[in-house]
Ligand binder design. Structure first.
Ligand code: AMP
Length: 213
C-alpha cells in the first residue's frame, strides 16, 4: 500500500496518517517531521533549513528529494508507506516518479484531504505540538494539560514557529501556488481521490479506508 496524503497545512494529513499507520502497520513519512528532527538535532541540514521553515517557505526540492529517496529504501517501507507533506511541488512529484520506478512501485494512490481555508486558519492558530515526540494538541478540541507537558512522552508542548497567523497565510499562499497544481497532475494519471476533511476524524478515516480497500 503506497499512499500520498495531499492537502493544505492543517488539513489533518498527520492525524489521518497516524491512524492509517496504526491500522495497516506501514510508516508515516512526514518530510516536515524529518526536517524538524534535523532542526532539533542541529544537523547541518537542520541549520540550513530552519530559517526557511520558520518563514513558512519551502525547503529546496533537491534536499527534499534526497531525503525521501533515502528514507524509502529503509526496511520498514517494504510493505508500503504514507507520504505526508510530500510531494509539495511538481518537480518533487516528478522526482518521486523516478524514485518509485527504481523501487518497482506501481500502486500509488493519492488522497486529498480537502478543508476550507478559514477552517484551516482557525485550526492552525490553535494547534500545539510536543517538541519531543510531535504529538498534536489543539487548544479547543484536544487541549494540552495545564502544565504543557506531553501526556505521551513528558516533553514540552509548544506552538510551532510557523503556526503564527501571518506565517500560516504565507504557507497557504504557497500551497495554492505550488502544491495545488499537483491535484491536476495526479487527476490526469487517474490515481487521485478526494475526501471531505471537515468531517469528524473517524468519518474521514472511514472514507480513506474505503479508498484504500
Ligand atoms: P509540515 O510539517 O509538513 O507543515 O512542514 C513544515 C515545513 O517544513 C514546511 O513549511 C516547509 O518549510 C518544510 N517542508 C516540509 N515538507 C516539505 C516539502 N515536501 N518540500 C519543501 N519543504 C517542506
Amino acid at each position: 500500500m503506497h499512499l500520498i496524503l495531499l492537502g493544505a497545512p492543517g488539513a489533518g494529513k498527520g492525524t489521518q496518517a497516524k491512524k492509517i499507520m496504526e491500522k495497516y502497520h506501514i510508516p508515516q513519512i512526514s518530510t516536515g517531521e524529518i526536517l524538524r528532527q534535523h532542526v532539533s538535532d542541529k544537523t547541518e541540514l537542520g541549520k540550513k533549513a530552519k530559517s526557511t521553515m520558520d518563514q513558512g517557505q519551502l525547503v529546496s526540492d533537491g534536499i527534499i528529494l534526497e531525503m525521501v529517496a533515502d528514507r524509502l529504501t529503509h526496511k520498514d517501507c517494504r510493505q508500503g508507506f504514507i507520504l505526508d507533506g510530500f510531494p509539495r511541488t511538481i518537480p518533487q512529484a516528478k522526482g518521486l516518479e523516478h524514485i518509485l520506478q527504481n523501487l518497482h512501485i506501481k500502486d500509488l494512490k493519492v488522497i486529498e484531504i480537502h478543508v476550507d481555508q478559514e477552517t484551516i486558519i482557525k485550526r492552525l492558530t490553535s494547534r500545539r505540538i510536543c517538541s519531543n515526540c510531535g504529538k498534536d494538541y489543539n487548544l479547543n478540541l484536544n487541549p494540552p494539560p495545564p502544565d504543557n507537558i506531553c501526556k505521551v512522552c513528558g516533553g514540552k508542548i509548544i506552538q510551532r514557529d510557523d503556526d503564527k497567523e501571518e506565517i500560516i497565510r504565507k504557507r497557504l499562499e504557497i500551497y495554492k501556488n505550488q502544491t495545488k497544481p499537483l491535484i491536476e497532475f495526479y487527476q490526469q494519471k487517474g490515481n487521485f481521490f478526494r475526501v471531505d476533511g471537515e468531517k469528524e476524524i473517524g468519518d474521514i478515516f472511514s472514507d480513506i479506508e474505503n479508498i484504500i480497500q
